[in-house]
Design a binder for this molecule. Structure first.
Ligand code: AMP
Length: 419
């Protein structure tokens, strides 16, 4: 099937051509005709499948030609994270460049004044995270009654992040005559309930299970001890010599600690997590896109949906506690037809059940690789042992001191439910 056959008009076909897309992806071929027929759609697809264009393109087609009134947007795209919202906005700008549609991005962490000014001028497409949208609504800066199309993107992620009550509140302000599109990588019971409540007679379009999208990614797992993870990671980095890599951690303090430790070893590393202000998050992402960051140490929230093609490696410093996150994490590499490698450091004492959950959803075992550090440690065990007593009463200095502090830094910070 071609884009022409999907029923998109010249303005969009030209923009699609500029993007270099030749044929629609399965989610696009499946969803676009339904959206153009004004049907509600449930799209089961994860990032990397082309799902953003599957709702952005027909939305532009439907809205093109009309005009928004002040403070009354004509369509709303809800996204769980600022980064994802920003990426949707970028897509919208690319695909809508031959139209006169206006767009506003409403996310937390940036000044409201600019956003309010834009809303006052009238926007056709509003892309928002739930919190900031409700905030502006409650201040009376925005009216939601004119919204003709609602998109809820990454609904399962919204659920994980506790946004469902916010979504319910937002939807209750919308006209029941709207068209609703909901996208989710998985369909937990709570999301199914939400679709039954918010969508009317939806068409379901589903593309291959998330696990199969990682076919370009070679996966490995290393059983190690949590205290040995730093050394194992550094050894892996040396062995793999990655071009650009994501390093995922489960805890924010580990992100900062690891970033420092990498820099201390001369690596160019940046942190990305939800506690950072929007300005530094955006500039870090830009540096990553431009190829100026080699290691991005990040959390799941920050790492999700980031669409950068040149990531060669993903290192899971921690095993994710949510098996879906594993699929999302390793899906950062092996994109756009390239090969990627993903490594995961796991501790038998804490991680066995999480690894089992991952293997259940990817429907295969993650191949185990011998730890590099233990192998090397065996060779050097004797001199290290004999060196210790001599240093017993000395305060560690310089490099040794840094290493000592790192071990303390990655100490027993294990959530109680994992113990
Ligand atoms: P998404 O799943 O929306 O995050 O999209 C993943 C990537 O696929 C983005 O870089 C898009 O620009 C790209 N993409 C979307 N549709 C197509 C297409 N039909 N052909 C080639 N690339 C596409």
């Amino acid at each position: 099937m071609s884009f022409e056959e999907l029923g998109l008009s010249e303005n969009l076909l030209k923009a699609i051509k500029d993007c270099g897309y030749e044929t629609p992806t399965p989610i696009q071929a499946g969803a676009i005709p339904h959206v153009l027929m004004a049907r509600d759609v449930v799209g089961l697809a994860q990032t990397g499948t082309g799902k953003t264009a599957s709702f952005t393109l027909p939305m532009i087609e439907i809205l093109d030609g009309g005009r928004a009134k002040a403070r009354m947007p004509r369509s709303l795209i809800l996204s769980p994270t600022r980064e994802l919202a920003a990426q949707i906005a970028e897509n919208f700008e690319m695909y809508g460049k031959y139209t006169n549609l206006s767009m506003a991005l409403l996310v937390g962490g940036v000044s409201m004044d600019e956003q309010i000014k834009k809303l006052d001028r009238g926007v056709d497409v509003l892309i928002a995270t739930p919190g900031r949208l409700l905030d502006l609504f409650e201040r009376g800066r925005i009216l939601l009654t004119d919204i003709k199309i609602l998109v809820i993107d990454e609904a399962d992620r919204m659920l994980d992040m506790g946004f469902i009550p916010d979504i319910e509140k937002i939807v209750s302000k919308l006209s029941p005559m709207r068209q609703t599109l909901l996208f989710s990588a998985t369909m937990p019971a709570a999301i199914k309930k939400l679709t039954e409540k918010f969508l009317s007679n939806p068409r379901e379009v589903s593309v291959s299970a998330p696990a199969s999208t990682a076919k370009n990614v070679e996966q490995f797992m290393i059983w190690t001890h949590k205290r040995a993870k730093d050394d194992e990671l550094f050894a892996l980095i040396e062995q793999e010599n990655p071009g650009t890599a994501f390093i995922f951690c489960n805890r924010k303090r580990d992100i900062d600690g690891l970033c420092k430790a990498l820099r201390a070893r001369g690596y160019d590393a940046k942190a990305l997590h939800g506690d950072m202000d929007q300005k530094s998050r955006t500039s870090t992402l830009e540096e990553l896109r431009d190829g100026n960051v080699r290691f991005l140490v990040c959390s799941d929230v920050a790492g999700r949906g980031i669409d950068v093609d040149h990531i060669t490696h993903v290192f899971n410093y921690d095993v994710p506690m949510n098996a879906d996150d594993y699929v999302h994490r390793i899906g950062r590499t092996g994109r756009a037809g390239r090969k990627g490698r993903a490594f995961m450091l796991a501790d038998k004492k804490y991680d066995e059940k999480f690894v089992a959950a991952i293997e259940e959803i990817i429907k295969k075992p993650v191949p185990v690789q011998e730890p590099l550090v233990q192998k090397n440690a065996k060779k050097t065990a004797a001199p290290e042992k004999s060196a210790k007593p001599a240093n017993k009463n000395k305060k560690p200095r310089g490099k040794d001191r840094v290493q000592d502090e790192e071990i303390v830094g990655f100490g027993d910070d294990i959530p109680s439910f994992m113990k």
